[in-house]
Every structure is written in structure tokens, then in C-alpha cells.
Design a protein around this ligand. Structure first.
Ligand SMILES: NC(=O)c1ccc[n+]([C@@H]2O[C@H](COP(=O)([O-])OP(=O)(O)OC[C@H]3O[C@@H](n4cnc5c(N)ncnc54)[C@H](O)[C@@H]3O)[C@@H](O)[C@H]2O)c1
Length: 239
């Protein structure tokens, strides 16, 4: 893993990263700092001290006044949002299908349903006010794939950075939906309709296949989790 896997010539004066204390937020924090003069980081959880070039601004996103203050000097009157959506927007699609971001959604739970709402909201904000969003239907972004499903859905941290930087820097995106996966040999998603984002994943789950398959030797094909793209989420409650 490198500090900046994605080379970019475009530099931002300020970026805001919400959820910065979370799993992906901690991965992206130093990497996005490399793309901007000032990175404002926010969360309800502890964010630690500000690094050089950072502003730490805790906020709960339910607090309207707090959010308006958070956006001051960053995105008020602007520009582009990168929304962390999820593959669970289409989790009830089958694993033997290859689908495009333009096909109808089939959320596999309330989590996926809320992400579908977020995508619709992003489309509405573009149609009504011209605010651009790239909705990233992130697969499984972890240090390495943990099970057979993740051999298809894995997004390495370096490719996550490439995806976010591409989404921030592509010239015109309107509202674009794109699946976030590495260059995995087995895949369920076809991002051709989002080619203009310019995302070129460079990692693959393949080097992990033997270890994953040795760990998870048997698959129960009567289990919907084994043939739906959302895996275990399709039967998880109350999510
Ligand atoms: N990690 C993945 O593989 C993956 C896959 C699909 C989608 N996503 C999406 O990407 C985003 C980041 O994922 P993650 O794995 O880092 O999640 P995470 O749960 O580790 O981090 C989420 C962060 O958001 C903060 N947060 C929660 N509610 C908040 C609120 N009301 N106000 C302010 N901050 C709040 C939490 O404190 C936490 O630090 C999430 O939206 C998630 O749904 C992640």
C-alpha cells in the first residue's frame, strides 16, 4: 500500500471528509490530504489531533446548523460530492448475473434501501440544482478478501483511493453511479456506463483465492446468501 496510489494533477484548496474516524475514513484521510491544501475531517467519534494541513471539526450529521458550519468554505455553493453508496443497493441480484449501474435497484435490506435513497437524492440535487455527485457502490473494502463472495466484491485500499480521486477529478459527471471493485477475475458488475469517471483499478483478489477457498471449502447452495450478490445481508435482520 502506498500513501498516494492515485496520481492526480488536479489539486483542491479544501476537501471535507465525513466519517473520517471510520474504517475507510482512516484509510482515506492521509491519502486525500495529498490532493488538497486543507483537509477538513469530521465525525462523531474521536478524530485525534489535526495533522499539518488538516482541520478537525467534530459534527453529528443530524445537526443542521453544525453541518452548515462544516460546509463553510468547502462545498457551500458548489461543486461535487462523492457519496459512499453500497453494492447492497442491488444485493438481491443473482451472483450469476453481470449488471450495470443503470439497471433497476434491488436493495437487500434497509441499509441498501437507505443507500438507494441517497442515490436518488443525489440525482435530484443534480437535476434541480446542478450539484454533481458520484455515487460509489462500494463492494468490500478491506485489507484483503475474507471469503469467497469478496473474491468478486473486493476493493483494495489503493483502488479505493484511485476510485475516490477519479470521482473527484473527472471533468463532468452529472450524477454517475459506479461500482467500487478491484480488477477481480470474477465480477458481477460492468462499469462501462461510468467509463467517463476514469477509474482504472490495478489490484485483484486473485492472489488471495487459494487461501480463501481453503478456508471456506463448502458452499451451501440452498442458502440465498450463496447466490445473491448481497451475500449474508439478504437474510440479516433488522438491517
Ligand atoms: N467498508 C466497506 O467495504 C463498505 C462497503 C460498502 C459501503 N460502505 C460505505 O462507506 C462508508 C464508510 O464505510 P466504513 O467501513 O468506513 O464505515 P464505518 O462504520 O467504519 O465508519 C463510519 C463512520 O461514520 C461515523 N458516523 C456514523 N454516524 C454518524 C453521524 N450521524 N454523524 C457523524 N458521523 C457519523 C462513525 O462514527 C464512523 O466513524 C459508509 O457509508 C458505508 O456504508 C463501506
Amino acid at each position: 500500500m502506498t500513501d498516494t496510489a492515485a496520481a492526480t494533477t488536479l489539486r483542491f484548496s479544501r476537501l471535507l471528509l465525513t466519517g473520517a474516524a471510520g474504517g475507510l475514513g482512516r484509510v482515506l484521510r492521509p491519502r486525500l490530504k495529498a490532493c488538497c491544501d486543507v483537509l477538513r475531517v469530521s465525525d462523531i467519534a474521536d478524530l485525534g489531533d489535526a495533522a499539518p494541513g488538516e482541520e478537525v471539526q467534530p459534527c453529528t450529521l443530524e445537526d443542521k446548523a453544525g453541518v452548515i458550519a462544516l460546509l463553510e468554505g468547502v462545498q457551500a455553493g458548489a461543486k461535487r460530492i462523492v457519496f459512499a453508496s453500497s453494492n447492497h443497493v442491488t444485493g438481491f441480484r443473482r451472483q450469476d448475473e453481470t449488471i450495470s449501474p443503470r439497471e433497476p435497484v434491488r436493495p437487500d435490506g434497509y441499509y441498501g434501501l437507505s443507500k438507494a435513497f441517497g442515490e436518488n437524492l443525489a440525482q435530484f440535487y443534480f437535476d434541480r440544482w446542478g450539484i454533481e455527485t458520484v455515487s460509489l457502490r462500494i463492494g468490500s473494502s478491506f485489507p484483503e478478501p475474507r471469503d469467497r463472495r469478496m473474491l468478486a466484491t473486493w476493493l483494495s485500499y489503493d483502488d479505493l483511493e484511485r476510485l475516490v480521486v477519479s470521482a473527484l477529478t473527472a471533468p463532468a459527471v452529472g450524477h454517475t453511479v459506479i461500482y467500487g471493485m478491484s480488477d477481480n477475475r470474477l465480477t458481477w458488475w460492468d462499469n462501462t456506463s461510468a467509463r467517463h469517471v476514469g477509474f482504472r483499478p490495478q489490484d485483484s483478489s486473485e492472489p488471495f483465492r487459494a487461501a480463501v477457498e481453503a478456508r471456506q471449502q463448502h458452499i451451501d447452495l440452498s442458502d440465498p446468501a450463496a447466490h445473491c450478490q448481497g451475500g449474508g445481508f439478504v437474510k440479516m435482520g433488522p438491517f
